[in-house]
Design a binder for this molecule. Sequence first.
Ligand code: DGL
Length: 271
Amino acid sequence: MSDKRPIGLLDSGLGGLTVTKEAIKQMPDEDIVFIGDEARMPYGTKTKEQITEYTRELVKYLISQDVKVIIYACNTATANALPTLKKEFSIPMFGVIEPGAITAARDTKTKHVGVIGTQATINSKSYSKAIDDIDPKIDVLGLPAQEFVSIVENDEANTKRAQKIITDTLMPYRDELYDTLVMGCTHFPMLKSQIRKALGDKITLVDSGVETVSYVRDYLKMNDMLTDSKGDAVIKLHATGGIKEFERLAKEWLVGTEVDEISLVDLGENK
Ligand code: DGL
């Protein structure tokens, strides 16, 4: 048995492409539909209610595209909307927080884990709770790094100003006690070299997206839901706004991947 339908991924913006890239790498034969809500990003500064409402619209859109599962390639939506929306939709939906928490708890030797995320993710304490459920002896220091999202979206990663903001924000993790840092926002792997510059090579950086994709791949395999098509995967990327800039940065990030479609989507019909 197999399932040829695409895998759906959602995010507020470009960050979800770090997860999409990983999905293409780990499951190269699967069709992909990604949607980034550029028109309403960032989600990290919004209320739980707003984030849930916006995410619900993205989920409806992906369902209208006949996807077989949905990956929340967004920590903010995972923390704030996934528990509610799981009760509303029967399609299998996967968030990025649990797999990231499991990896961090496994990797830390000093039992001191840092978590950076958007304001809304840090406020939700989702990572602290998830890590505490696995091992209550682990000390978690969560810090908001909302500005990192704008740095990525405005394509400023390689500026001095950005490096200063990143280095200043991460200062508390220069304490050697912290041997593991969770990049608890899918935009942040796009700043990996700047984060490394601020913290050095010793700290383990956890990319929740990578762990989530492995988890979803195992799920699809176990449930006979992987496609049996070979070599002709269709990749479609959609955004709700700012399509020109989205297209430019998406192509840059996914260089080497054949993307079949990048287009603007109006969520109006799926509300
Ligand atoms: N990429 C998102 C996350 O993982 C959200 C960024 C934002 O919209 O604030 O949390």
